[in-house]
Design a protein around this ligand. Structure first.
Ligand SMILES: C[S@@+](CC[C@H](N)C(=O)[O-])C[C@H]1O[C@@H](n2cnc3c(N)ncnc32)[C@H](O)[C@@H]1O
Length: 257
């Protein structure tokens, strides 16, 4: 019986835990998940530096982890211990759960090492009440002129219940969506569906390069956000629902310039 560990590295180097390092050290093969998220200062070489002893390192894109995961099962069946190391938390806003189920079905062990997720980090830094967040959603790049309406629908449903929405932004091999692009897409969806979900005077909170020395957490109107330079990606957005007066004060005094 072998072990597959899903290791969360946290959103930047300073959040890598001892448990993460120990777990990587106990693995024969370390697969670095380079597609579910990005960090300003963690890459596969960071893991090479942190881990002791002879290891095999593999850099995995979506295709390897989602369509060719048989490679992982084969290694486990041949008695190798494996870690899949992800930026942030390995099971928040990722798709690794199906791998865990198959690993367990084959009679191997699984271990989960949580990491500091962008999800918790932006809730904390936004100063909004963690009790008042609804479903999260991702704005994806338009494909063949098709703009996925899911973010618009989710924000609408959350707002109807007074809840805040965390909006993740799409990542492709060579590019990461900016907050400006995402807001433009949300405005296009408003123009198409006209359900009064997004208006240019609404406040949004944008997080940029969270966990890095140059991180930004800024509250501003949608109109201002369209033109604002948030710096390099990754970016993330919160669309607030109904604000308690304490939340409104916190945003006004602490996050608006
Ligand atoms: C699909 S989520 C994966 C989250 C990851 N599993 C975690 O727990 O942190 C990836 C998206 O989160 C956002 N994100 C991740 N890290 C970030 C950071 N350090 N600063 C701002 N946004 C970030 C970006 O929108 C990115 O495209």
């Amino acid at each position: 019986m072998s072990t597959l560990s899903l290791v969360g590295l946290g959103i930047s180097r300073k959040f890598i835990t001892q448990d993460a390092i120990d777990t990587l050290n106990s693995s024969d093969i370390i697969i670095f998940d380079k597609y579910t998220s990005r960090s300003c200062d963690i890459n596969i070489n960071t893991l090479r530096e942190l881990v002791k002893g002879e290891k095999t390192f593999i850099e995995a894109d979506r295709n390897l982890l989602e369509n060719n995961s048989k490679i992982i099962f084969d290694y486990l069946d041949r008695n190798y211990n494996l870690s899949i190391a992800s930026i942030g938390d390995p099971l928040i806003a990722t798709t690794h759960i199906s791998i865990l189920i198959e690993v367990k079905r084959r009679g191997h062990q699984i271990k989960i090492v949580p990491g500091v997720s962008v999800h918790c980090y932006i809730i904390s830094k936004s100063l909004l009440s963690s009790y008042k967040f609804g479903k999260s959603v991702t704005v994806t790049f338009p494909y063949d002129n098709f703009v996925d309406p899911a973010p618009y629908t989710v924000i609408k449903e959350n707002k109807e219940r007074g809840l805040h929405t965390i909006v993740y932004l799409d990542l492709k091999e060579d590019k990461a969506m900016t907050a400006n692009d995402a807001i433009q897409i949300l405005l296009q969806l408003e123009e198409k569906y006209k359900k009064n979900v997004i208006s240019k005077s609404d406040i949004v909170i944008v997080g940029a390069r969270l966990g890095c020395d140059d991180e930004k957490v800024i509250a501003l109107t949608i109109e201002e956000a369209l033109r604002f330079n948030f710096g390099s990606t990754p970016h993330i957005i919160i669309i607030p629902g109904n604000l308690h007066y304490m939340e409104a004060d916190a945003i006004k005094w602490l996050l608006m310039s």
